[in-house]
Design a protein around this ligand. Sequence first.
Ligand SMILES: Cc1cn([C@H]2C[C@H](O)[C@@H](COP(=O)(O)OP(=O)(O)OP(=O)(O)O)O2)c(=O)[nH]c1=O
Length: 203
Amino acid sequence: MTEDRTGGHEAAAVLCLASASPRRRELLASIGVGVEVRPVDIDETPLPGELAEAYVARLAREKALAGGRQSRLPTLGSDTAVVCDGRILGKPADRAEAAAMLRLLSGRAHEVLTAVAVTGPAGLLEICVATRVFMREIGDSEMAAYWATGEPADKAGGYAIQGLASIFVERIEGSHSAVVGLPLYETAQLLVRQDVPLWCGAV
Ligand SMILES: Cc1cn([C@H]2C[C@H](O)[C@@H](COP(=O)(O)OP(=O)(O)OP(=O)(O)O)O2)c(=O)[nH]c1=O
């Protein structure tokens, strides 16, 4: 453990995180896993006819493998997509796309898929977690106000359940941390299999 600038404690790096997402780093820190961040730039275009589960699994795997080439530590890659009516919603490019996404999600349920891949001594381990999110109806003025906050821009499906959009989410079935970007229960199991210590040490 080393003391960080805020006077808190930052765990020493035991995992390479192949991700630019601050949410994933914070989620891992919350279970005592310190990371070395190695974001990778991969093409996130779905292949023709590729199903959502195969798509997120492929991206998580590609991120883990590319990140792993830059580190000696076990390496984690992950990808989150919002899926509604078979359509994969990534991050909205602009206000119009964000509004179209929220209009599609308003007043109904959709799925959030998060895939995780971890390379390490046990080889490549992978999981994919599906969570159902039930949203209330969202009005046009709320959509416009939400876009103006800046929150939707870098979020799959154009919303953040952990942020201001929590007022739109009636309930979920599944994993809250998976919607935010990393399913902690399932990820912990993969990390243990790769000998990565959690807050409770090597188990
Ligand atoms: C649905 C939803 C998504 N998100 C975020 C999680 C992910 O960071 C992002 C989905 O994009 P991803 O492409 O999965 O991840 P990323 O681009 O942020 O990071 P990297 O590819 O480098 O790993 O959306 C939330 O924070 N809250 C939510 O409620």
